[in-house]
Design a protein around this ligand. Sequence first.
Ligand SMILES: C[S@@+](CC[C@H](N)C(=O)[O-])C[C@H]1O[C@@H](n2cnc3c(N)ncnc32)[C@H](O)[C@@H]1O
Length: 220
Amino acid sequence: MTPRSFLLTQELSDYVRANSELPDDVAADLLAETAAMAERGEAPATFQIAPEQGAFMQLLTRALRVRTAIEIGTFTGFSALCIARGLPDDGSLLCLDRNPDWTAVARRYWDRAGLGSRIELRLGDALPSLQGLPANETFDLAFVDADKTGYPAYVEELYPRLTPNGVVLLDNTLRGGRVLDPQSDDDRAVVGLNAALAADERWETVLLPLADGLTMLRKR
Ligand SMILES: C[S@@+](CC[C@H](N)C(=O)[O-])C[C@H]1O[C@@H](n2cnc3c(N)ncnc32)[C@H](O)[C@@H]1O
């Protein structure tokens, strides 16, 4: 079958961004500060999700009427800002990350956006944090963007904690195209998980070729 999507040229990528919801001043400043950190060698340049992915996640959160959300892998807080913006006033987002310096930047921007009270950040290794949550703490939406070899365990831990019809978003599931020629343990972990999820009857699965690949799972 003829491919319907393809790796974007710089011009097409700019076009996609320009024709999606644009980051507001707070988000634009966060993107700029994170880019400056990357230039100074204080943070990886590739960690942050793309602006158009942030726009999609904000829209999806609002359209699905998500009230409770969880994020695994927060960094400087852009994806969390987008999810939190899609929540209602009494909604909540729990963020798990182990890096205090990057997440300090995140907290500053969440507060500036007036979203600080909607977001709880827990510092530490994400898997024990997740496993330690009370069994009755459930989520309508989960976004996973941390260590790739940890994804299978995160998905398993999330499954019983999702509400019916709950959605999981997994980032970087195309690995820059390396899913076709895996070159690292991270690549191999994602290839194995992609195949396992496609065959797993518990989930309705779509791998969206948005940015670096965003897999969307709905709990059946
Ligand atoms: C790709 S970045 C997340 C980017 C973020 N979603 C954004 O859009 O800005 C990955 C983050 O996961 C965190 N991380 C990686 N492995 C982790 C682990 N085992 N436990 C907790 N945090 C982890 C890192 O500290 C880093 O901040």
